[in-house]
Design a protein around this ligand. Structure first.
Ligand code: ATP
Ligand code: MN
Length: 478
């Protein structure tokens, strides 16, 4: 019988002088005597002490970095530093060899760029083990937050027929033989002959469908993959990312802000409680990384302090208009240090402006509201001033925009008028407009980019390092 003990459980228990079986992968093997074994249940390794004098030399040779082992032995108090217990091996079985000459993950420091190229193996590093355990916890915590509040998890389609939202460039979905695409008499692509009988794409947002759900279920949320063919090679954009999109009936923009802030605090707290070891490790990793930077570019707080700070403080709430005034008067704007100078009301905020507000001016998360309608989507509720809409974006230190949301326009005439102004085909969105025709009501929602959240909580610098297999321009390996 395989009564395997996970290393996390073993290290948490104080019991010694018992026999256990552990299974995992060798991180290091020192002096033919000490194996650091890790099974992914925790970022801590268990130390296996091998009685090398009484162990077959051929077996010893096969204990190499990366090899998979099953070890049965006695738990004993450790004589070494840094761990409470060791396992004195009685029986070692090699489950999978790993040729040390060829194994790409040597027991030394590898760059994150290199590890991205071996993403199939990077889970086995302490850093990526920690990241993906934290990612798991955050994902669970998100479901728990909404479930505790009676939200219904709604699965919106991945394949859709419209990019009416205009959220970004879409990926086309087609079944056509690309060598021989059917054309109409006018020479246009004849989508009538395609699988769905019309042009389709991968979803850029589940919001519009989410609103339909909320108009019956009251509170819904989606949590699924989202695709944008934006050619932005940044540290904050992926072509495939996961988004959480709650939609709440009978809610206004303040309810929306309150929910988003509560959600972010809830999941950060959850991760701090659940993944303390991982976050302590990541906090130290960040400190080490920042030692390479000049003093003035280093963070004032450690990762753990930053997360705690986020829990202890209210997010700063202000309007776009107030933000523009602050930015216009700011030193980098006056000294022309911004790449895009803030000249007046109406321009979209660039990431450098968002980061100035969050990191320099307020030094805490910021919620910006009431943006000019011209720079926001058609479905956002028009404010009485005729110029702004009830939008809200949450900006985080080191990240910029992490949440984008709004109160939705529930008034049919206002919505149609805005769609006409922007040129959004109303006939295509007949189903969306129906919700305003039949029992429409005030409602609000937002989109939280899951990887941006994981970036913030893990303190990593590149979004490609917080999703197992990142998709970005010219890359779909693995
Ligand atoms: P940005 O201006 O940063 O590109 P956006 O305005 O396009 O963001 P929304 O359309 O409001 O973003 O999407 C909601 C959320 O989804 C964003 O706040 C962000 O957290 C996340 N997000 C958007 N685009 C991406 C992307 N390409 N990769 C990862 N996350 C994204
Ligand atoms: Mn974008």
């Amino acid at each position: 019988m395989s009564t395997r003990t996970k290393i996390k459980a073993l290290l948490e228990s104080d019991e010694t002088n018992v026999d256990v079986t552990v299974k995992g992968w060798v991180r290091t093997f020192r002096n033919n005597q000490f194996i650091a074994l890790n099974d992914g249940s925790t970022n801590n390794n268990v130390q296996i002490v091998v009685d090398f004098e009484n162990t077959d030399a051929a077996l010893l040779k096969r204990i190499t970095t990366g090899a998979a082992l099953s070890v049965t032995g006695t738990v004993v108090p450790s004589l070494g530093k840094g761990q409470k217990i060791d396992i004195k091996a009685k029986e070692i079985e090699i489950l999978g060899d790993s040729d040390p000459e060829k194994y790409p993950l040597q027991p030394k420091k590898h760059s994150l760029e290199f590890l991205r190229e071996i993403a199939h193996l990077r889970f086995r590093t302490t850093t990526f083990g920690a990241i993906f355990r934290v990612r798991n916890t955050l994902s669970f915590a998100i479901h728990q937050f909404f479930q505790e509040r009676g939200f219904v998890y709604l699965h919106t389609p991945v394949i859709t027929a419209s990019d009416a939202e205009g959220a970004g460039e879409t990926f086309h979905v087609t079944n056509f033989d690309l060598e021989n695409i059917p054309k109409t008499e006018n020479g246009e692509i004849d989508y009538k002959q395609d699988f769905f009988g019309r042009a389709t794409n991968l979803t850029v947002s589940g919001q519009l469908e989410g609103e339909l759900g909320a108009m019956a279920l009251s509170d819904i949320y989606t949590f699924g993959p989202t695709f944008r063919a934006e050619n932005s090679n940044t540290t904050r954009h992926l072509a495939e990312f996961w988004m959480i999109e709650p939609e709440m009936a009978f809610a206004d923009i303040t309810d929306n802000m309150d929910t988003a802030e509560a959600l972010l605090k809830y999941v950060i707290k959850y991760a701090l409680d659940k993944n303390k070891d991982d976050l302590e490790f990541l906090s130290t990793r960040l400190l080490d990384e920042e030692k390479q930077k000049p003093q003035n570019e280093r963070s004032e707080m450690t990762l753990l302090e930053k997360l705690q700070f986020c829990l202890d403080n209210d997010f700063e709430r202000l309007t776009y208009t107030e933000a523009i005034d602050i930015l216009k008067d700011s030193t980098p704007n006056k000294k022309k240090k911004f790449q895009f100078l803030v000249e007046g009301w109406g321009t979209d905020l660039q990431s450098e402006h968002e980061r100035y507000l969050v990191e320099k001016h307020f030094k805490k998360p910021v919620i910006l509201t009431d943006y000019p309608k011209e720079i926001k989507s058609f479905y956002m509720r028009q404010n009485d001033d005729g110029k702004t809409v009830a939008a809200m974006d949450i900006l985080f230190p080191g990240i910029g925009e992490i949440v984008g949301g709004s109160q939705r326009e529930e008034r049919l005439e206002k919505l149609e008028q805005r769609m006409d102004e922007i040129g959004i085909p109303k006939d295509e969105l007949w189903w969306y407009l129906d919700t305003r025709r039949f029992g429409g009501c005030p409602h609000a929602g937002f989109g939280l980019g899951f990887e941006r959240l994981v970036l913030f909580v893990t303190g990593m610098g590149n979004i490609r390092d917080v999703i197992p297999f990142p998709r970005f321009p010219k890359n779909a390996e693995f």
